[in-house]
Design a protein around this ligand. Structure first.
Ligand code: IMP
Length: 191
């Protein structure tokens, strides 16, 4: 079966195709000649994932899925959430984003946080949502250099190192995205 993953992020494509295996022919936006910066204007992860998937389905008529991820911090009313990429400004600077989180949590004892990924799949016109969550906490300072985004300040539950210290091998087995992709993969095996 052919399935478009509405991304051009090579890292995500490799991660997803490793989990989905050979039964799915995974296509990127580039593969279908889509160079539009698909708007992510919804105020929820579900809304944004659906917007991206619907854009592809409506304009290209191919079964597809899209993902959206946010870091939800309990003491900050689940911020930055859907605004994780641009928390400290439109230039999407990960360093500035992490500093803003650390600053906003400076006086807070509750450091509980979670990463949440939502995948929206559109298959023959029907919409499905899959969610992956990993609980953890925000450290007091940056630790480690692997990964991307908020990895240096997120320590998953049950570990004494941040995602950036654990490295991609461990992270990709336990992460929010891996959990959501596994649910998608299990679903695709049933159809
Ligand atoms: P996206 O929906 O995957 O593009 O993620 C939105 C933003 O959330 C990214 O720009 C990152 O700041 C953050 N993010 C998403 N996934 C991760 C992750 O696995 N580690 C750290 N930060 C992440």
């Amino acid at each position: 079966m052919k399935l478009v993953f509405a991304t051009n992020n090579q890292h995500k494509l490799e991660e997803v195709s490793a989990i989905l295996g050979n039964s799915i022919e995974l296509l990127s936006l580039k593969d279908i000649n889509c160079d539009t910066d698909i708007p992510e204007t919804a105020d929820t992860l579900e809304g944004n994932a659906l917007l991206k998937a619907q854009y592809i389905y409506n304009n290209f008529g191919i079964n597809c899925f899209a993902d959206d991820t946010g870091l939800e911090i309990e003491a900050l009313n689940n911020e930055p959430g859907v605004y994780s990429a641009r928390y400290a400004g439109e230039n999407k600077n990960p360093e500035a984003n992490m500093l803003k989180v650390l600053d906003n949590l400076r006086e807070k004892e509750n450091r509980k946080a979670r990463f949440r990924t939502v995948i929206a799949l559109i298959l023959n016109g029907k919409e499905y949502l899959f969610e992956g969550i990993i609980n953890g906490k925000i450290t007091n300072s940056k630790q480690g250099s692997a990964g991307f985004g908020y990895d240096p300040i997120f320590m998953p539950e049950g570990y004494n190192e941040t995602f950036a210290e654990l490295g991609n091998n461990i992270k990709n087995k336990i992460s929010h995205r891996a959990l959501a992709i596994n649910k998608l993969s299990d679903f695709l095996k049933t159809i």
